[in-house]
Write a new protein. Structure first.
Length: 427
Protein backbone atom coordinates (compact mmCIF):
# COMPACT_ATOMS: atom_id res chain seq x y z
CA UNK A 1 0.00 0.00 0.00
CA UNK A 2 2.78 2.41 0.97
CA UNK A 3 4.73 1.50 -2.18
CA UNK A 4 1.67 2.20 -4.32
CA UNK A 5 1.18 5.57 -2.62
CA UNK A 6 4.81 6.51 -3.19
CA UNK A 7 4.61 5.44 -6.82
CA UNK A 8 1.46 7.49 -7.28
CA UNK A 9 3.09 10.55 -5.71
CA UNK A 10 6.15 10.16 -7.93
CA UNK A 11 3.95 9.86 -11.01
CA UNK A 12 2.03 13.03 -10.12
CA UNK A 13 5.26 14.95 -9.53
CA UNK A 14 6.73 13.70 -12.80
CA UNK A 15 3.63 14.87 -14.64
CA UNK A 16 3.60 18.25 -12.90
CA UNK A 17 7.32 18.99 -13.13
CA UNK A 18 9.11 18.48 -16.45
CA UNK A 19 12.36 16.57 -15.92
CA UNK A 20 11.34 15.57 -12.39
CA UNK A 21 13.51 12.42 -12.51
CA UNK A 22 16.72 14.29 -13.25
CA UNK A 23 15.68 17.12 -10.95
CA UNK A 24 15.17 14.79 -8.01
CA UNK A 25 18.59 13.24 -8.62
CA UNK A 26 20.08 16.73 -8.93
CA UNK A 27 18.53 17.74 -5.62
CA UNK A 28 19.80 14.58 -3.92
CA UNK A 29 23.24 15.13 -5.43
CA UNK A 30 23.36 18.75 -4.33
CA UNK A 31 22.33 17.73 -0.82
CA UNK A 32 25.39 15.48 -0.74
CA UNK A 33 27.72 18.14 -2.21
CA UNK A 34 26.54 21.09 -0.13
CA UNK A 35 26.16 19.07 3.05
CA UNK A 36 29.61 17.51 2.73
CA UNK A 37 31.23 20.81 1.74
CA UNK A 38 29.69 22.45 4.77
CA UNK A 39 30.75 19.59 7.06
CA UNK A 40 34.27 19.68 5.62
CA UNK A 41 34.52 23.42 6.27
CA UNK A 42 33.36 22.92 9.86
CA UNK A 43 35.88 20.12 10.39
CA UNK A 44 38.69 22.17 8.88
CA UNK A 45 37.77 25.18 11.05
CA UNK A 46 37.79 23.05 14.19
CA UNK A 47 41.07 21.30 13.29
CA UNK A 48 43.18 24.22 12.12
CA UNK A 49 44.33 27.28 14.00
CA UNK A 50 42.66 30.54 13.01
CA UNK A 51 45.54 31.66 10.78
CA UNK A 52 45.82 28.24 9.08
CA UNK A 53 42.08 28.21 8.44
CA UNK A 54 42.50 31.61 6.79
CA UNK A 55 45.23 30.10 4.60
CA UNK A 56 42.90 27.21 3.78
CA UNK A 57 40.31 29.75 2.59
CA UNK A 58 42.90 31.49 0.38
CA UNK A 59 44.08 28.18 -1.16
CA UNK A 60 40.50 27.21 -1.91
CA UNK A 61 40.02 30.63 -3.51
CA UNK A 62 42.55 29.57 -6.15
CA UNK A 63 40.75 26.22 -6.60
CA UNK A 64 37.41 27.98 -7.05
CA UNK A 65 38.88 30.34 -9.64
CA UNK A 66 39.89 27.37 -11.79
CA UNK A 67 36.45 25.79 -11.38
CA UNK A 68 34.82 29.07 -12.37
CA UNK A 69 36.79 29.28 -15.64
CA UNK A 70 36.06 25.60 -16.25
CA UNK A 71 32.36 26.27 -15.78
CA UNK A 72 32.39 29.21 -18.19
CA UNK A 73 34.39 27.55 -20.97
CA UNK A 74 33.29 23.92 -20.74
CA UNK A 75 30.54 22.83 -18.38
CA UNK A 76 28.00 25.68 -18.73
CA UNK A 77 28.00 25.42 -22.55
CA UNK A 78 27.80 21.62 -22.26
CA UNK A 79 24.78 21.73 -19.95
CA UNK A 80 22.92 23.94 -22.43
CA UNK A 81 24.11 22.48 -25.74
CA UNK A 82 24.28 18.72 -25.08
CA UNK A 83 20.49 18.32 -25.14
CA UNK A 84 20.37 20.05 -28.55
CA UNK A 85 22.71 17.54 -30.22
CA UNK A 86 21.14 15.09 -32.69
CA UNK A 87 21.45 11.49 -31.54
CA UNK A 88 23.98 10.63 -34.26
CA UNK A 89 26.32 13.43 -33.13
CA UNK A 90 26.15 13.01 -29.36
CA UNK A 91 29.12 10.62 -29.08
CA UNK A 92 31.34 12.96 -31.12
CA UNK A 93 30.22 15.94 -29.08
CA UNK A 94 30.95 14.07 -25.84
CA UNK A 95 34.41 13.05 -27.04
CA UNK A 96 35.25 16.61 -28.06
CA UNK A 97 34.22 18.01 -24.70
CA UNK A 98 36.31 15.36 -22.93
CA UNK A 99 39.41 16.39 -24.90
CA UNK A 100 38.84 20.05 -24.11
CA UNK A 101 38.60 19.23 -20.41
CA UNK A 102 41.80 17.15 -20.45
CA UNK A 103 43.80 20.00 -21.97
CA UNK A 104 42.29 22.54 -19.58
CA UNK A 105 43.15 20.33 -16.59
CA UNK A 106 46.81 20.06 -17.51
CA UNK A 107 47.25 23.79 -18.07
CA UNK A 108 45.42 25.01 -14.96
CA UNK A 109 46.96 22.51 -12.55
CA UNK A 110 50.47 23.51 -13.57
CA UNK A 111 49.54 27.20 -13.43
CA UNK A 112 48.16 27.08 -9.89
CA UNK A 113 51.16 25.10 -8.62
CA UNK A 114 53.64 27.58 -10.14
CA UNK A 115 51.81 30.68 -8.86
CA UNK A 116 51.50 29.41 -5.30
CA UNK A 117 55.11 28.28 -5.30
CA UNK A 118 56.30 31.87 -5.81
CA UNK A 119 53.47 33.55 -3.88
CA UNK A 120 55.56 34.17 -0.76
CA UNK A 121 57.60 36.72 -2.71
CA UNK A 122 54.44 38.76 -3.32
CA UNK A 123 52.43 38.09 -0.14
CA UNK A 124 55.00 36.93 2.44
CA UNK A 125 52.56 37.36 5.34
CA UNK A 126 50.23 34.68 3.94
CA UNK A 127 52.86 31.89 3.61
CA UNK A 128 51.05 29.88 0.94
CA UNK A 129 54.05 28.36 -0.90
CA UNK A 130 54.19 25.36 1.43
CA UNK A 131 50.68 24.37 0.34
CA UNK A 132 51.36 24.65 -3.42
CA UNK A 133 51.57 20.92 -4.19
CA UNK A 134 48.57 19.95 -2.08
CA UNK A 135 46.46 22.74 -3.62
CA UNK A 136 47.49 21.68 -7.13
CA UNK A 137 46.28 18.17 -6.27
CA UNK A 138 42.87 19.56 -5.35
CA UNK A 139 42.79 21.50 -8.64
CA UNK A 140 43.70 18.40 -10.65
CA UNK A 141 41.35 15.83 -9.17
CA UNK A 142 38.66 18.29 -8.09
CA UNK A 143 37.99 19.64 -11.55
CA UNK A 144 38.09 16.16 -13.06
CA UNK A 145 35.36 15.08 -10.65
CA UNK A 146 33.37 18.28 -11.13
CA UNK A 147 33.46 17.96 -14.91
CA UNK A 148 32.42 14.32 -14.82
CA UNK A 149 29.40 14.95 -12.58
CA UNK A 150 28.18 17.77 -14.86
CA UNK A 151 28.86 15.59 -17.89
CA UNK A 152 26.49 13.00 -16.45
CA UNK A 153 23.82 15.63 -15.83
CA UNK A 154 24.16 16.97 -19.38
CA UNK A 155 23.75 13.51 -20.93
CA UNK A 156 20.84 12.36 -18.77
CA UNK A 157 22.79 10.22 -16.30
CA UNK A 158 22.00 12.09 -13.13
CA UNK A 159 22.15 8.95 -11.00
CA UNK A 160 25.78 8.46 -12.08
CA UNK A 161 26.59 12.01 -10.93
CA UNK A 162 25.00 11.20 -7.59
CA UNK A 163 27.09 8.02 -7.23
CA UNK A 164 30.30 9.90 -8.00
CA UNK A 165 29.59 12.55 -5.39
CA UNK A 166 28.63 10.01 -2.74
CA UNK A 167 32.04 8.38 -3.16
CA UNK A 168 33.91 11.69 -3.34
CA UNK A 169 32.25 13.74 -0.64
CA UNK A 170 31.29 10.85 1.60
CA UNK A 171 34.91 9.73 1.68
CA UNK A 172 36.08 13.29 2.26
CA UNK A 173 33.90 13.79 5.33
CA UNK A 174 34.80 10.39 6.79
CA UNK A 175 38.53 10.96 6.38
CA UNK A 176 38.41 14.50 7.77
CA UNK A 177 36.33 13.28 10.69
CA UNK A 178 38.89 10.57 11.40
CA UNK A 179 41.69 13.14 11.14
CA UNK A 180 39.98 15.21 13.84
CA UNK A 181 40.72 12.36 16.25
CA UNK A 182 44.44 12.21 15.38
CA UNK A 183 47.36 14.62 15.87
CA UNK A 184 47.86 14.84 12.07
CA UNK A 185 45.92 18.08 11.71
CA UNK A 186 47.66 20.32 9.20
CA UNK A 187 46.70 22.39 6.17
CA UNK A 188 48.50 20.01 3.80
CA UNK A 189 46.69 17.03 5.33
CA UNK A 190 43.25 18.65 4.88
CA UNK A 191 43.97 19.55 1.23
CA UNK A 192 45.44 16.09 0.61
CA UNK A 193 42.26 14.41 1.83
CA UNK A 194 40.18 16.58 -0.52
CA UNK A 195 42.36 15.67 -3.52
CA UNK A 196 42.39 11.95 -2.65
CA UNK A 197 38.61 11.81 -2.25
CA UNK A 198 37.98 13.56 -5.58
CA UNK A 199 40.29 11.14 -7.34
CA UNK A 200 38.49 8.19 -5.74
CA UNK A 201 35.15 9.47 -7.06
CA UNK A 202 36.51 9.70 -10.60
CA UNK A 203 38.01 6.21 -10.48
CA UNK A 204 34.78 4.74 -9.11
CA UNK A 205 32.49 6.16 -11.80
CA UNK A 206 34.44 6.97 -14.97
CA UNK A 207 33.26 3.73 -16.64
CA UNK A 208 29.69 5.12 -16.77
CA UNK A 209 30.65 7.76 -19.36
CA UNK A 210 29.37 5.73 -22.30
CA UNK A 211 30.39 5.80 -25.96
CA UNK A 212 32.81 8.50 -27.09
CA UNK A 213 33.99 9.38 -30.59
CA UNK A 214 37.01 11.56 -31.34
CA UNK A 215 37.14 13.61 -34.52
CA UNK A 216 39.38 16.60 -35.23
CA UNK A 217 36.68 18.34 -37.24
CA UNK A 218 34.13 17.87 -34.48
CA UNK A 219 36.62 19.12 -31.90
CA UNK A 220 37.02 22.37 -33.80
CA UNK A 221 33.29 22.82 -34.33
CA UNK A 222 32.48 22.18 -30.67
CA UNK A 223 35.24 24.51 -29.51
CA UNK A 224 33.89 27.31 -31.72
CA UNK A 225 30.31 26.85 -30.57
CA UNK A 226 31.37 26.68 -26.93
CA UNK A 227 33.35 29.88 -27.39
CA UNK A 228 30.36 31.67 -28.95
CA UNK A 229 28.29 30.60 -25.95
CA UNK A 230 30.91 31.22 -23.27
CA UNK A 231 32.82 34.30 -24.41
CA UNK A 232 30.48 36.50 -22.40
CA UNK A 233 30.23 33.98 -19.58
CA UNK A 234 33.99 33.84 -19.13
CA UNK A 235 34.13 37.56 -18.57
CA UNK A 236 31.08 37.63 -16.32
CA UNK A 237 32.18 34.61 -14.25
CA UNK A 238 35.67 36.05 -13.86
CA UNK A 239 34.24 39.35 -12.72
CA UNK A 240 32.00 37.53 -10.23
CA UNK A 241 35.00 35.69 -8.80
CA UNK A 242 36.96 38.93 -8.65
CA UNK A 243 34.09 40.68 -6.87
CA UNK A 244 33.71 38.04 -4.19
CA UNK A 245 37.36 37.21 -3.70
CA UNK A 246 38.60 40.76 -3.99
CA UNK A 247 36.65 41.36 -0.82
CA UNK A 248 38.16 38.25 0.80
CA UNK A 249 41.65 39.42 -0.13
CA UNK A 250 40.87 42.94 1.07
CA UNK A 251 39.72 41.56 4.42
CA UNK A 252 42.88 39.46 4.66
CA UNK A 253 45.11 42.43 3.85
CA UNK A 254 43.31 44.97 6.04
CA UNK A 255 42.01 42.90 8.98
CA UNK A 256 43.95 39.60 9.06
CA UNK A 257 43.85 35.89 8.24
CA UNK A 258 41.64 35.04 11.23
CA UNK A 259 38.94 37.44 9.97
CA UNK A 260 39.15 35.88 6.52
CA UNK A 261 38.27 32.56 8.16
CA UNK A 262 35.30 34.06 10.02
CA UNK A 263 34.02 35.74 6.84
CA UNK A 264 34.15 32.51 4.83
CA UNK A 265 32.78 30.37 7.67
CA UNK A 266 29.66 32.54 7.94
CA UNK A 267 29.24 32.55 4.18
CA UNK A 268 29.49 28.75 4.08
CA UNK A 269 26.93 28.45 6.86
CA UNK A 270 24.38 30.34 4.76
CA UNK A 271 25.36 28.62 1.51
CA UNK A 272 24.48 25.20 2.91
CA UNK A 273 20.86 26.30 2.42
CA UNK A 274 21.73 27.05 -1.20
CA UNK A 275 21.10 23.42 -2.19
CA UNK A 276 17.97 24.04 -4.32
CA UNK A 277 19.63 26.86 -6.23
CA UNK A 278 22.73 24.80 -6.99
CA UNK A 279 20.65 21.76 -7.91
CA UNK A 280 18.65 23.88 -10.32
CA UNK A 281 21.87 25.06 -12.00
CA UNK A 282 22.42 21.48 -13.21
CA UNK A 283 18.87 20.76 -14.41
CA UNK A 284 17.09 24.02 -15.21
CA UNK A 285 19.38 25.05 -18.11
CA UNK A 286 18.62 21.89 -20.05
CA UNK A 287 14.88 21.93 -19.28
CA UNK A 288 14.44 25.66 -19.87
CA UNK A 289 16.35 25.52 -23.16
CA UNK A 290 14.05 22.71 -24.32
CA UNK A 291 10.98 24.71 -23.24
CA UNK A 292 12.13 27.78 -25.17
CA UNK A 293 12.98 25.71 -28.25
CA UNK A 294 9.50 24.18 -28.28
CA UNK A 295 7.31 27.13 -27.31
CA UNK A 296 9.29 30.36 -27.22
CA UNK A 297 9.30 32.85 -24.34
CA UNK A 298 5.78 32.02 -23.19
CA UNK A 299 6.71 28.35 -22.67
CA UNK A 300 9.99 29.38 -21.02
CA UNK A 301 8.28 31.71 -18.55
CA UNK A 302 5.60 29.13 -17.79
CA UNK A 303 8.28 26.54 -17.02
CA UNK A 304 10.22 28.87 -14.72
CA UNK A 305 7.05 30.07 -13.01
CA UNK A 306 5.51 26.64 -12.48
CA UNK A 307 8.72 24.84 -11.57
CA UNK A 308 11.25 27.37 -10.33
CA UNK A 309 9.20 29.73 -8.19
CA UNK A 310 7.05 27.07 -6.56
CA UNK A 311 10.14 25.10 -5.68
CA UNK A 312 12.39 27.89 -4.43
CA UNK A 313 10.02 29.98 -2.31
CA UNK A 314 9.97 27.56 0.68
CA UNK A 315 13.75 27.54 0.74
CA UNK A 316 13.84 31.33 0.66
CA UNK A 317 11.86 31.27 3.91
CA UNK A 318 14.46 28.94 5.45
CA UNK A 319 17.17 31.43 4.52
CA UNK A 320 15.25 34.19 6.30
CA UNK A 321 14.98 32.11 9.49
CA UNK A 322 18.73 31.34 9.50
CA UNK A 323 19.50 35.00 9.04
CA UNK A 324 17.40 35.90 12.07
CA UNK A 325 19.43 33.58 14.34
CA UNK A 326 22.89 34.17 12.87
CA UNK A 327 24.93 34.50 16.06
CA UNK A 328 23.48 31.44 17.78
CA UNK A 329 23.83 29.29 14.67
CA UNK A 330 27.41 30.36 13.92
CA UNK A 331 28.77 29.67 17.42
CA UNK A 332 26.86 26.40 17.75
CA UNK A 333 28.34 25.06 14.52
CA UNK A 334 31.89 26.43 14.48
CA UNK A 335 32.55 26.98 18.16
CA UNK A 336 32.74 29.86 20.64
CA UNK A 337 35.87 31.37 19.04
CA UNK A 338 33.59 32.64 16.22
CA UNK A 339 31.42 34.61 18.67
CA UNK A 340 30.67 38.18 17.65
CA UNK A 341 30.42 37.39 13.93
CA UNK A 342 26.71 36.49 13.74
CA UNK A 343 25.93 39.67 11.81
CA UNK A 344 27.89 38.21 8.88
CA UNK A 345 25.42 35.30 8.70
CA UNK A 346 22.47 37.71 8.69
CA UNK A 347 24.00 39.77 5.88
CA UNK A 348 24.82 36.73 3.74
CA UNK A 349 21.23 35.48 4.14
CA UNK A 350 20.00 38.70 2.53
CA UNK A 351 22.60 38.40 -0.24
CA UNK A 352 21.47 34.83 -0.95
CA UNK A 353 17.87 35.98 -1.46
CA UNK A 354 19.14 38.35 -4.14
CA UNK A 355 21.10 35.49 -5.69
CA UNK A 356 17.97 33.33 -5.95
CA UNK A 357 16.26 36.03 -8.01
CA UNK A 358 19.39 36.40 -10.15
CA UNK A 359 19.51 32.66 -10.88
CA UNK A 360 15.96 32.58 -12.22
CA UNK A 361 16.57 35.51 -14.57
CA UNK A 362 19.92 34.05 -15.65
CA UNK A 363 18.31 30.73 -16.58
CA UNK A 364 15.81 32.51 -18.84
CA UNK A 365 18.52 34.57 -20.53
CA UNK A 366 20.71 31.52 -21.17
CA UNK A 367 17.82 29.55 -22.60
CA UNK A 368 17.67 32.21 -25.33
CA UNK A 369 21.50 32.03 -25.64
CA UNK A 370 21.53 35.64 -24.47
CA UNK A 371 24.61 35.63 -22.23
CA UNK A 372 26.12 39.07 -22.83
CA UNK A 373 24.00 40.77 -20.09
CA UNK A 374 25.72 38.55 -17.52
CA UNK A 375 29.01 40.09 -18.55
CA UNK A 376 27.72 43.66 -18.49
CA UNK A 377 25.97 43.09 -15.17
CA UNK A 378 29.10 41.61 -13.63
CA UNK A 379 31.17 44.43 -15.11
CA UNK A 380 28.94 47.09 -13.57
CA UNK A 381 28.82 45.32 -10.20
CA UNK A 382 32.54 44.64 -10.18
CA UNK A 383 33.35 48.25 -11.06
CA UNK A 384 31.28 49.29 -8.05
CA UNK A 385 33.13 46.90 -5.75
CA UNK A 386 36.59 47.74 -7.05
CA UNK A 387 36.03 51.47 -6.68
CA UNK A 388 34.46 51.35 -3.23
CA UNK A 389 35.51 48.03 -1.69
CA UNK A 390 38.98 48.86 -0.42
CA UNK A 391 37.85 52.07 1.21
CA UNK A 392 34.84 50.45 2.87
CA UNK A 393 36.83 47.45 4.14
CA UNK A 394 39.57 49.71 5.46
CA UNK A 395 37.03 51.91 7.24
CA UNK A 396 34.48 49.31 8.41
CA UNK A 397 36.23 45.94 8.15
CA UNK A 398 33.98 42.98 7.35
CA UNK A 399 30.90 45.22 7.49
CA UNK A 400 32.21 47.21 4.53
CA UNK A 401 32.80 44.00 2.57
CA UNK A 402 29.20 42.88 3.20
CA UNK A 403 27.78 46.20 1.98
CA UNK A 404 29.79 45.85 -1.24
CA UNK A 405 28.60 42.28 -1.77
CA UNK A 406 24.95 43.29 -1.39
CA UNK A 407 25.23 46.25 -3.76
CA UNK A 408 26.97 44.02 -6.28
CA UNK A 409 24.11 41.50 -6.29
CA UNK A 410 21.46 44.19 -6.74
CA UNK A 411 23.37 45.78 -9.61
CA UNK A 412 23.74 42.51 -11.51
CA UNK A 413 20.07 41.61 -10.97
CA UNK A 414 18.95 44.97 -12.39
CA UNK A 415 21.06 44.54 -15.54
CA UNK A 416 19.92 40.94 -16.11
CA UNK A 417 16.23 41.74 -15.71
CA UNK A 418 16.40 44.79 -17.99
CA UNK A 419 18.18 42.80 -20.72
CA UNK A 420 15.69 39.93 -20.52
CA UNK A 421 12.71 42.25 -20.89
CA UNK A 422 14.27 43.93 -23.92
CA UNK A 423 15.22 40.60 -25.51
CA UNK A 424 11.72 39.27 -24.87
CA UNK A 425 10.14 42.15 -26.79
CA UNK A 426 12.22 41.24 -29.87
CA UNK A 427 11.16 37.58 -29.82
Amino acid sequence: MMAEANASLTSRLAAALPGFGNMSWALADQCVVSGATFASTVLAARMLESADFGRFVLCMTAVLLVQLVQNALITAPMLNLASKQPEEKRARYAGSVMLQQALFTLVTTGGVWAILLVSDRIWPEWQLAGAATATAGVVLFGQMADFLRRFYFAFGKASAAFALDVVRYGGQVVLLGAMLLTPQQSLDAVLGVMALSAGAGVLACYRLVGRLEFCSQSLGEVAQRHWRFSRWLLGSFSLEWLQENFLVLAVGASVGLAEVGAYRAAQQLVNVTNIPLLAFSHVLPTQSAAAFASGGTSALEAFVRNTGLRYLLPFALIVVVIGCFGEATLTAVYGPHFAGHGYIVTAFAGILLIQIARELVTVMNRAMENTHPEFYGQLAGCALVLTTGTGLVTAYGIGGALVCAGLYGLTVLAVLATSYLRHRQRE
